[in-house]
Design a protein around this ligand. Structure first.
Ligand code: SME
Length: 149
């Protein structure tokens, strides 16, 4: 499927390939995680279309705490095991949610969000947090987004 991107003509795999290269180049040599996540969230928001929120929650004990993001103000603390983010964190598995209203325990931070994808961030097998991307469209995310993110 062709999706709009910065130049309007790339396929999803091409968008994620370029996004991965851009993020890697931007964080090269920088050791501050918050600075890197902030820039990564800005690049994600620029490159991925039809989304209304994208950002990171970082693991702090048994909670996910809001990190750098792009979009409307969001919920600050999510228990591991709670909501889509907490469930993805607890299971260490990417969750693709076509309709957030049909996900038991979904936490509605932005009422405009209709679908969502959450990717756990693992470093050497240890959970560090999650990447969360929302869309105001139903069923916005698919396997290409899962692989790319
Ligand atoms: N909807 C998420 C909470 C975070 S907001 O989408 C930014 C959830 O259910 O975990």
């Amino acid at each position: 499927m062709k999706t709009a991107s910065l130049d309007g003509s790339l396929s999803k795999p091409e968008i994620y390939r370029d996004l991965t290269l851009s993020v890697s180049a931007l964080i090269e040599g920088e050791t501050d995680a918050i600075a890197n996540l902030a820039n990564a969230s800005a690049l994600l928001a620029q490159a991925i279309d039809r989304i209304n929120w994208c950002g990171f929650y970082l693991l702090r004990g048994e909670e996910l705490v809001l990190g750098p993001f792009q979009g409307r103000p969001a919920c600050v603390r999510i228990p591991v095991g709670g909501g889509v983010c907490g469930t993805a964190a607890a299971s260490r598995r990417t969750l693709v949610v076509p309709n957030v209203d049909a996900f038991p325990g979904h936490i509605a931070c932005d009422p405009a969000s209709r679908s969502e994808i959450v990717v756990p961030i693992l470093q050497d097998g240890a959970l560090r947090g999650v990447l969360d991307v929302d869309s105001a469209e139903l069923d916005r995310f698919d396997d290409e987004d899962r692989r790319g993110l």
